[in-house]
Design a protein around this ligand. Structure first.
Ligand code: MD3
Ligand code: FE
Length: 215
């Protein structure tokens, strides 16, 4: 079923994108400064880095993590692990303001017992992209993924259950939150090449936080 829901009076603020996927437009706008400050602290301890795919390609998106587990990729494969491979130390803890936002967004989308143990932080600079993929490295695929977009807008590519399913292009803006659960949890998705913004300098980038139940 593909229901369109409009909870707002002055425009669309939440809608069902697909079976189990709900877009909460602007849900994180009021928390954005706190979240960006948290990202700065986390990346001071666990720096953004361009990881290698198992096939040996360097990803254009730079990544770090916070929480008990972090997602990593290298020549050995994709996995969650509790230490940052750069330092051998545990990932920085997940700040309360990040955890609370993710838990509240999941509850608003109908997942009242979401307890993420991992937050992958993606950093896109102009030219970066993420190819079409599924997220299937988590042990419990019955739990949703919550994503929070900050900074420059991006074109999100939203597919379906197979790699060749038709794709929709969806703009994700600063403060948008999407909760991906149900059948949509395993749908193919990606991010188109990021265009440079008007602002320049430090703000000429996009962050995406994805909260996951990895174990
Ligand atoms: C749908 N990140 O980190 S967020 C990823 O903007 C990832 O950085 C993109 O795809 C980004 O894996 C897209 C939207 C998203 C995130 C996770 C999902 C959509 C998802 C997991 C399952 C289904
Ligand atoms: Fe993904």
């Amino acid at each position: 079923m593909q229901t369109e829901i409009d909870f707002s009076t002055d425009g669309e603020s939440a809608r069902v994108l697909d079976d189990g996927a709900m877009l909460l437009r602007g849900y994180a706008v009021d928390d954005a400064d706190l979240l960006l400050a948290a990202i700065a602290r986390i990346s001071a301890a666990a720096p953004f880095r361009h990881m290698q795919t198992p096939g040996g390609q360097t990803m254009s998106v730079a990544m770090t993590n916070c929480g008990p587990y972090g997602w990593v990729t290298d020549r050995r494969g994709y996995r969650y692990q509790s230490e940052d491979p750069l330092s051998g130390q545990p990932w920085p803890s997940m700040p309360d303001e990040m955890l609370n936002l993710a838990v509240d967004a999941a509850a608003a989308a109908g997942y009242p017992s979401f307890k993420p143990d991992a937050c992958l932080i993606n950093r896109y600079e102009p030219g970066a992209k993420m190819g079409l993929h599924q997220d299937r490295d988590e042990a419990n695929l019955g739990q949703p993924v919550v994503s929070v977009s900050l900074g420059l807008p991006a074109v999100f590519l939203w597919g379906g259950p197979t790699r060749t399913s038709p794709r929709r292009r969806i703009a994700l803006h600063h403060g948008d939150v999407v909760v991906w659960g149900g059948p949509s949890r395993l749908y193919f998705h990606g991010v188109d090449i990021l265009a440079a913004g008007q602002a320049g300098g430090m703000s000429n980038q996009r962050f995406n936080l994805t909260f996951r139940v990895s174990h």
